[in-house]
Design a protein around this ligand. Structure first.
Ligand code: GDP
Ligand code: IMO
Ligand code: MG
Length: 420
């Protein structure tokens, strides 16, 4: 009853497009973790929608779009996104936000910048305040959405501002005025009030009524705070466990777990990336795939698809199906390389490690495939794909051992093969 969409690499695999498709017949589409560090692009009838916080499922009439308790919410950004949807005639009456989601405050954004400035080895965060907001949540000084409406709200803001200002003063950064923040956030609270609800009860009512629920992953497995390439990760659990804790749904309700990937790979920010192509190939992929960040506009690092990492993602999430996007993009190259193993000092295997030192000692082992797939835009069945594309996809499926369920053949909503 509850299907899940998860990123298998470093984010930006095209989750938004798959979510948009799958939420078509879902009664609820829910974001589980992360915040406005995410950027999900969906192209509908020539119009481009970029979602950072609001579940991409909102584009489907009749689907409730829910921000779950595991999300960190910047209310200013959320309101801008809601207003933008309204101005595009998208109905937002089906939008809900968990009373338990954490609130991102301006001092979180400032701290994110300060911490990056201080770090010798930069992470390359999105500077959206994600890490500092999750820090406060874990440290138990965070402000929840429900706190915006409680008598305790002003005290919480004053306490937090007092403590954070000590740090800002220490480093010569601008400090914050608690009273200003209280005024600003009271306005946001007023705007958001109709949308705030107990989303856990809402989900379980839907489960009882046998309604279809879709959990929208943001970020991705290799950015997971526990299972990713620490410390070059985000501050949440974008893997399957984060779906349960970020929504309040037990594991027994979970059905399909779709892992989204591109036919190549990309990464924004710092950290190890074994199949990265810091050369003409990487530049070509970036241009062909328009690989520039939805959130920060940074050029994405690009490279070949890494099946060792994909197998790891499949393992830790228990993937039941793969959604592979940008098959059209990779098919524009003459030759395609696929990383099928790592060579660690002569030991060739498919063992992935999040240990940066181990990865730096590994050499990717590639198989080469013929590209030039030609125009895929009108193909709607896997068996009608050109032979070169079939060979490439079959090898991925064979080595990872998870069936391909969706094949992306272009950026538009309808550019997708649904594998029967
Ligand atoms: P997300 O963060 O995982 O939702 O992915 P992003 O939206 O940040 O990045 C994916 C980009 O690829 C977007 O610009 C999509 O429009 C685009 N895209 C998704 N699937 C395909 C595909 O199959 N082919 C092409 N050419 N573009 C795609
Ligand atoms: P979507 O949902 C790609 C990366 C940042 C940085 C690291 C930590 O669009 O796939 P953070 O601001 O989260 O503390 O930054 O994580 N990052 C993403 N990269 N796509 C994303 O989301 C990302 N969200 C965070 O670039 O390297
Ligand atoms: Mg993205």
């Amino acid at each position: 009853m509850v299907d899940v969409v998860i990123g298998t690499f470093f984010g930006d695999e095209g989750k938004g497009k798959i979510i948009d498709f799958l939420s078509n017949d879902a009664k609820i589409s829910i974001r589980c973790s992360g915040g406005n560090n995410a950027g999900h692009t969906i192209n509908v009838d020539g119009k481009k929608f970029a979602f950072h916080l609001i579940p991409s499922g909102i584009l489907n009439k009749g689907t409730k779009a829910v921000i779950g308790n595991g999300v960190v919410v910047n209310p200013k950004v959320l309101i801008e996104e809601l207003e933008n949807l309204k101005s595009n005639n998208i109905d937002i009456s089906n939008f809900y936000i968990s009373d338990k989601a954490q609130v991102i405050m301006p001092y979180h954004e400032a701290l994110d910048g300060l911490q990056e400035d201080l770090r010798k080895n930069k992470i390359g965060t999105t500077k959206r305040g994600i890490g500092p907001a999750y820090c406060d949540k874990i440290e138990r000084s965070g402000i929840r959405v429900e706190d915006l409406y409680s008598e305790n709200f002003e005290t919480l803001v004053r306490e937090n501002v007092k403590n954070k200002n000590v740090i800002f003063k220490n480093y010569g950064y601008e400090t914050f005025d608690a009273e200003e923040l209280i005024k600003e956030y009271n306005k946001y609270a007023e705007y958001l009030k109709p949308y705030v609800t107990d989303t856990v009860s809402m989900l379980h009512e839907a489960i009882e009524n046998k309604e279809k629920i879709l959990c929208e992953g943001a970020q991705a497995t290799l950015l997971d705070i526990d299972l990713g390439s620490y410390p070059y990760v985000t501050s949440s659990n974008p893997t399957i466990g984060g779906v349960c804790t970020g929504t309040g749904i037990g594991a027994k309700y979970i059905g399909e777990v779709y892992g989204v990937l591109k036919a190549y790979s990309s990464r924004v920010g710092e950290g190890p990336y074994i199949t990265e192509q810091k050369n003409e190939v990487g530049d070509t992929i970036r241009e062909l795939g328009h690989e520039y960040g939805t959130t920060t506009k940074r050029p994405r690092r690009c490279g070949w698809l890494d099946l060792v990492a994909l197998k790891y993602s499949s393992m830790v999430n228990g993937l039941t199906g793969l959604a592979i996007n940008h098959v059209d993009t990779i098919g524009k190259l003459d030759k395609i390389k696929l990383c099928v193993a790592y060579n660690h000092n002569g030991d060739v295997n498919m063992k992935y490690s999040t240990n940066a030192k181990y990865i730096s000692e590994c050499e990717p082992v590639y198989e080469e495939f013929e590209g030039n797939f030609g125009d895929l835009s009108n193909i709607k069945r896997r068996e009608d794909l050109p032979e070169n594309a079939k060979k490439y996809l079959n090898r991925i499926e064979e080595l990872v051992g998870v069936p391909i369920k969706f094949i992306g053949t272009g950026a538009n909503r309808e550019d997708m093969i649904v594998v029967e």
